[in-house]
Design a protein. Structure first.
Length: 254
């Protein structure tokens, strides 16, 4: 796919869940756009592999931090580490998430529900809460939250994930309005199913259900997601905030 040049020269960009999937693809695109990339992930081995892979592709130095975004102290430590190494955070891509099992709400395990909410909702809140004060102090920032079409429409047998991603949309709208007086844009994207490790761990029946809802009749490509996210993270996106950008291949009804 031919790509346009987006200028992020010198910007420090943090991507959570950056060791694989959409997060890794976003990291590739941000490096290509000139950003200084920081990957946060709970998987330390995955982080090392992602860093080595990006360097082998010709990327500049990549800073990595092992972070459990469900733990606020871990997030604040990651902010301190990143700030000490690179001087601040200009861009935050909240990508890290877990999907949870494909079960009806009546059968959904309580611990699985708590885990999905803790990572997907609380993790997004933790990262925003820890990073936003520095952005306010510098009067600059771009935050892109990765929600899902499930957060708009709700997928059966995925109540926790659907609820969590709806919450991410609401967090985006609320925070974007709060920060509208600064040069800080907060937006989110709502991808349909892509071939990410988390998505492909779901049941074949559920994957077929999601794919069958997409008028484009195919999976979202990771590079397609990264293209939209990179523009939202750019200085050029200077007016739109608290927005929700569709990546559903035509599935979204609003």
């Amino acid at each position: 796919m031919q790509t346009n040049r987006i200028t992020l020269d010198g910007r420090v960009a943090v991507v959570t869940g950056g060791a694989q999937g959409i997060g890794y693809a976003v990291g590739q695109r941000l490096i290509a756009s000139g950003a200084r990339l920081v990957l946060w992930d709970v998987n330390e081995a995955g982080l090392a592999a992602a860093r080595d892979s990006l360097l082998a592709e010709g990327g500049a130095a990549v800073h990595t931090v092992r972070v459990d975004i469900a733990d606020y102290d871990s997030v604040t430590a990651a902010v301190e580490d990143t700030t000490a190494a690179l001087g601040g955070i200009d861009i935050l891509i909240n990508n890290a998430a877990i999907v949870g099992p494909n079960l009806t709400l009546a059968d959904y395990p309580l611990d699985a529900w708590r885990s999905v909410i803790d990572v997907d909702v609380n993790g997004t809140f933790h990262c925003c809460r820890a990073v936003v004060p520095g952005m306010i102090a510098r009067n600059y920032g771009r935050i892109v939250n990765i929600a899902s079409i499930a957060g708009k429409e709700g997928n059966p047998n995925a109540a926790a994930y659907s609820a969590a991603k709806a919450a991410v949309i609401a967090i985006t709208k609320s925070l974007g309005k709060e920060l509208a007086g600064h040069d800080i844009a907060v937006n989110c994207v709502t991808p349909a199913v892509a071939r990410t490790p988390g998505a492909m761990e779901q049941s074949p029946e559920h994957i077929r259900y999601m794919l069958g809802k997409i008028p484009r009749r195919r999976f979202l490509e990771l590079a397609e997601a990264a293209a939209m996210i990179a523009w939202l993270a750019s200085e050029e996106n200077s007016f739109t905030t608290a927005g929700v950008f569709d990546l559903s291949g035509g599935r979204a009804t609003y």
